[in-house]
Design a protein around this ligand. Structure first.
Ligand SMILES: [Mg+2]
Length: 228
């Protein structure tokens, strides 16, 4: 009877696990160390506080069509040089001078390292037979920097990058594009992201979502959802 119960339990676990056929992961802050380090590095390199960067971004949005320049950059609507010019426009009245923001992307990426426990987890998900997709809010010009940070092509069969597709999380279109590319329904997908609003949007579309706060908690939740 104990064996029977264990077998039934095993079947239940297997059936529960089989619901998830694909894992869709964020990049920055999930497969890398926290982005806060990048914001602090930018602060040090340029002598501009994170708060002033935020204010400048909002001022630049107001001066334009209302959308913050970072979001436009992430959707490939403006180039990186245009983004930096808009940011400098916003910073100039705050600082009393027009700051140089050269090496912005280098400073940003030099502060990040691969998040090895999470990369190992993604390998484990792949080995379990799950389809693997990377869904990232990113920047066209930054591709050579972020792609070399981790074994993207070894783990993921598809990369949906906001900079190239013209939508960004949490816009539903970018999740739908991801599902279309892997040919799997949201209900059979697990989504991982360090921004809760991105997880919310995924859940509204039917995904199971894990909000990354730290590696241990995320690894436990992902393994639980996949029955690993
Ligand atoms: Mg992220």
């Amino acid at each position: 009877m104990a064996d029977g119960a264990a077998a039934a339990g095993g079947r239940a676990a297997a059936e529960g696990a089989s619901r998830i056929e694909a894992v869709v992961s964020d990049f920055g802050g999930v497969l890398t160390t926290p982005l806060m380090a990048s914001f602090l590095a930018l602060q040090d390199a340029h002598g501009v506080s994170a708060e002033d960067f935020g204010k400048a971004m909002r001022a630049a949005a107001k001066a334009g069509d209302g959308e913050i320049p970072l979001f436009k950059l992430e959707k490939g609507e403006i180039s990186e040089p245009e983004f930096l010019d808009q940011l400098r426009d916003g910073l100039e009245p705050l600082l009393g001078h027009r700051p140089e923001l050269h090496r912005f992307r280098e400073v940003f990426f030099e502060a990040l390292d691969p998040n090895e426990p999470m990369i190992d987890l993604m390998r484990e998900c792949k080995r379990s037979g799950r389809r693997m997709a990377l869904l990232t809010n990113n920047v066209q010009e930054w591709e050579p920097l972020w792609r070399t940070m981790l074994p993207v092509d070894e783990i993921f069969e598809t990369i949906v990058d906001s900079g190239w597709v013209g939508y960004r999380k949490p816009e539903p279109q970018i999740y739908e594009m991801t599902l279309e590319r892997i040919g799997i329904q949201a209900e059979a997908c697990l989504f991982v992201d360090d921004i809760e609003a991105n997880c919310e949007a995924a859940r509204e579309l039917g995904f199971t979502a894990v909000h990354y706060r730290e590696a241990g908690q995320t690894i436990a939740e992902v393994r639980g959802a996949l029955g690993l």
